[in-house]
Design a binder for this molecule. Structure first.
Ligand code: F6P
Length: 538
């Protein structure tokens, strides 16, 4: 790392404009490809030496060895003593991946087959509600990894949607479940309760509300017909009173934020059908194969991760923005926030010792072009440098609106160009003078119209957003998070950081209800609770 830092301090690709001027091959040399997917990182301040140093860092930190351990089912989630095998969820049926000596692939495919039968039945109307009506609406109740993936992917794949309408409830705020159920008819509504642990308070509370919604109109006996459950905790699901055919399991070696490939993806399958879901898995599998086999310098997740490390550790950038120029990827940044920040937001290493360096950055974003009219001002002229990752498809799904897609592409490319090029004060002054401004006016305004430039971005281009390309894109980011974690020296697969808040919420509920004086809580928290209690109407 110190070599990378001094390399940075010595001014690696200090001027991107110059770098492009002096190397006409830069864009070609710094663009990686996997089929139609391109990753252009030429607008990042890197040189061949930077890439050599990053590849050396990957070797020193054992990324490739760790990768082999992950794919082969070793318990690399050391704090929870678990294998990390989301890749097995999209493995071919004849693959052999062992956990504790057992090949897990047959079970994976058995669950996929059960999901396929169930989703076929919901989609073709052969599985019906208690009063004999086909389901028109499916409500998925889950949170975090049991929600964000299905929400994101169902929206992303809207052009492939041919099943009933999908709805998602996650927040314990009663408004979420109330607004969602408001327009629905219990007779034609199927509820999926999705929770890896089947203990998450938000999900269990919303599930109880949804149960009341069904039972109040259709009676207790209807629960068996109107609910399905997805979980690893089949013993806990049993208490919900569902038939085996309505319960879809997965395994403790699937992390919540890596689970949309498992039965957690049931709502996606119901929306797009099992063939498209198979394409989605195939896209991820294609990225898995590439990640396992491509040399480091040609490997998209490796390089995306290593450039992420470059920006975070050598350049010291605290955040990165993900900007899909694709409205249907509007939940992709939120999905990546969990994937990345719940994985790499750690401050101790695998050995439990405090980290000597930073770990994962803040991840955020919104789709373009909307973001351009909101926070791009700061990206271009703010005092922080924030690397941006643009995602754009060459083709949309609306052939009659191709002119709008061209505008979208032009905007995406323009933003990365503007961030890289900037505009010097001399250029700003000259432009003002050319526009008829007086010398004094040009002098006055030029600093405000100056763009520092040299702001890094990566652009991911693919043909079109399809089930296959979405699967491939998600897997690219999963593996990038893995690569970065390995360099940071952390365990990306636990999430103890969410526990304390959960514990305190449980402890504070009696205080909020006025049933406890809250001894042991701090004065601010107690005063806030008292103030709110004083304002509560019911
Ligand atoms: O927020 C913590 C977390 O444990 C996530 O990792 C997980 O995706 C989410 O809660 C939901 O958990 P479950 O699927 O067990 O309800």
């Amino acid at each position: 790392m110190s070599r990378l830092k001094s390399h940075r301090a010595n001014g690696a690709a200090a001027s991107l404009r110059d770098a492009f001027r002096t190397d006409p091959e830069r864009a070609r040399r710094y663009t990686l490809a996997l089929d139609d997917l391109r990753m252009d990182f030429s607008k990042c301040a890197v040189t061949d030496e930077t890439l050599d140093l990053l590849a050396a860092l990957a070797a020193e930190t054992g990324v490739e060895d760790r990768r082999a351990q992950m794919f082969s089912g070793e318990a690399i989630n050391a704090t929870e003593r678990r294998a990390v095998l989301h890749t097995a969820l999209r493995a071919a049926a004849d693959a052999d991946i062992r956990v504790d000596g057992e090949n897990v692939v047959p079970d994976v495919h058995a669950v996929l087959e059960a999901m396929g039968r169930f989703s076929d039945g919901i989609r073709d109307g052969s599985i019906r509600g208690a009063t004999g009506k086909a389901f028109t609406d499916v409500v998925n109740i889950g949170i975090g990894g049991s929600d964000l993936g299905p929400v994101m992917a169902t929206l992303a794949l809207a052009p492939y949607h041919s099943g009933p309408s999908l709805h998602f409830v996650s927040n314990v705020d009663g408004a979420h479940v109330a607004d969602t159920l408001a327009g629905l008819d219990p007779e034609t509504t199927l509820v999926i309760v999705a929770s890896k642990t089947f203990t998450t308070i938000e999900t269990m509370t919303n599930a109880a509300t949804a149960r009341d919604f069904i039972v109040s109109k259709l009676g207790e006996a209807a629960v068996a017909k109107h609910f399905a459950a997805v979980s690893t905790a089949l013993d806990k699901v049993a208490k919900f009173g569902l038939d085996e055919s309505r319960v879809f399991g997965f395994w403790d070696w699937v992390g919540g934020r890596y689970s949309l490939w498992s039965a957690i993806g049931l709502p996606i399958m119901i929306a797009i059908g099992r063939t498209h879901f198979a394409d989605f898995l195939a896209g991820a599998r294609a990225m898995d194969t590439h990640f396992r086999t491509a040399p480091v310098r040609e490997n998209l997740p490796m390089m995306l991760g290593l450039i992420g490390v470059w920006h975070r550790l050598a350049c010291g950038y605290p955040s990165r923005a993900i900007i899909p120029y694709e409205q249907r990827l509007s939940r992709f940044p939120a999905y990546l926030q969990q994937l990345d920040m719940e994985s790499n937001g750690k401050s101790v290493g695998i050995d439990g010792e405090p980290l000597a360096t930073a770990s994962g950055p803040i991840v955020w974003g919104e789709p373009g072009t909307n973001g351009q009219h909101a926070f791009f001002q700061l990206l271009h002229q703010g005092t922080d440098v924030i690397p941006v990752e643009f995602i754009i498809a060459a083709n949309g799904h609306e052939p009659n609106l191709a002119h709008q897609h061209e505008l979208l592409i032009a905007n995406c490319l323009a933003q990365s160009e503007a961030l890289m090029r900037g505009r010097s004060t001399d250029e700003a002054r000259a432009q003002l003078l050319a526009g008829g401004a007086s010398e004094a006016e040009a002098e006055r305004l030029a600093p405000h119209k100056t763009f520092p430039g040299n702001r890094p971005s990566i652009t991911l281009v693919h043909d079109r957003l399809t089930p296959f390309s979405l699967g491939r894109l998600i897997a690219l980011y999963e593996h990038r998070v893995f690569v970065e974690a390995q360099v940071y020296g952390i365990n990306a697969f636990d999430q103890w950081g969410v526990e304390l808040g959960k514990e305190l919420a449980t402890a504070l509920l009696p205080v909020v209800k006025g049933e406890s004086d809250g001894e042991g809580h701090d004065a601010s928290t107690l005063a806030l609770a008292a103030t709110i209690r004083g304002m509560r109407k019911a």
